[in-house]
Design a binder for this molecule. Structure first.
Ligand code: FE2
Ligand code: FE2
Length: 294
């Protein structure tokens, strides 16, 4: 005799199929462009500018974005950068690699799409620049890994947001209202954006420290390895959200670095948080703008 499934069992089955479907969608994302790592390795090996220029010229999207950054207010529009070579020389290694990674990331999400995506992109750029500011302050050396992990830390949301829109019939407001977003995602969709980000970045063959930071950016203490990079991305992410809420006058949320063990671990005080805010909003406003629109 065939036993009928209970309502609870049917729900569990739907849930399992939904999670499988979400993971399959994450695995179908196109690979992260190889050219990014080729440029990174040329720059790191101090290859001649001509070689870097030739490689960048193979990708018109990256070339256009390098030129745009070269002509941003930050780098002095007065130079009137006309060629990729001039832009490479003007930007210097660090900013060049940042533009290349940002240009590749815009294949998956970016400034030119829906309001949700634009907001996510701006948050990602702010998190990436904050991780650079924090790394400089605490003298952490792996700035490019931190920048890449921070820029892509919420990549899992690009897939999850789509499913939330379909299954929750809302543009994520239901999940956003929750204080613990990761928990809310797991409860409603069976998987969270950290875990999905880990699956995506592992598929892209990212270095393990970057994968770990993406996978643990809300709970860095859960990272069994590479806890430091995960913790810095956590701090940058927390501050990017906080500064954004500070700009929203209706929001009176304050931050207390003394009560957060991750902030404490790096000796980050309220005064330092204010310095980071000023550096992001004043010192890096044009870089944020130029990267934000690449
Ligand atoms: Fe996140
Ligand atoms: Fe985030």
């Amino acid at each position: 005799m065939v036993r009928e499934l209970s309502g609870h069992e049917i729900d569990a089955l739907h849930y399992e199929l939904l999670v499988k479907d979400i993971i399959a969608a994450a695995e179908r994302l196109p690979p992260f462009p190889d050219i990014a790592w080729k440029i990174v390795s040329l720059v790191k090996s101090m290859a001649p500018v001509r070689q870097i220029e030739e490689l960048i010229a193979l990708d018109p999207t990256i070339a256009a974005k390098v030129l745009r950054m070269g002509n941003s207010a930050y780098y002095g529009r007065q130079y009137g950068v006309r060629t990729v070579r001039e832009a490479i020389l003007l930007l210097g290694d660090k900013r060049l690699l940042q533009v290349v990674v940002a240009a590749c990331a815009t294949l998956y999400y970016g400034p030119g799409n829906s309001a949700d995506e634009r907001e996510l992109w701006e948050h990602s750029v702010n998190t990436a620049l904050l991780s650079e500011i924090i790394a400089r302050r605490i003298q952490h050396g792996a700035i490019l890994s931190l920048y890449t992990a921070s820029l892509l830390h919420d990549i899992g949301k690009t897939v999850l947001n789509l499913y939330a829109r379909i299954y929750l019939h809302s543009s994520l407001h239901e999940i956003r209202g929750e204080s613990d977003r990761v928990q809310a995602e797991r409860r409603t969709l069976g998987i969270d954006h950290q875990e999905l980000g880990g699956i995506i970045s592992r598929n892209w063959k990212f270095p393990p420290d970057i994968v770990s930071a993406i996978e643990h950016h809300h709970k860095p203490e859960k990272a069994t390895k590479y806890e430091e990079i995960s913790s810095i991305v956590y701090i940058a992410d927390t501050l990017a959200l906080y500064f954004c809420k500070q700009n929203d006058r209706a929001h009176d949320k304050t931050i207390d670095p003394e009560s957060d063990p991750v902030f404490k671990q790096f000796g980050i005080t309220l005064k330092m948080v204010e310095d980071f805010r000023n550096e992001l909003k004043v010192g890096m406003a044009d870089v944020a703008k130029a990267l934000g629109s690449v």
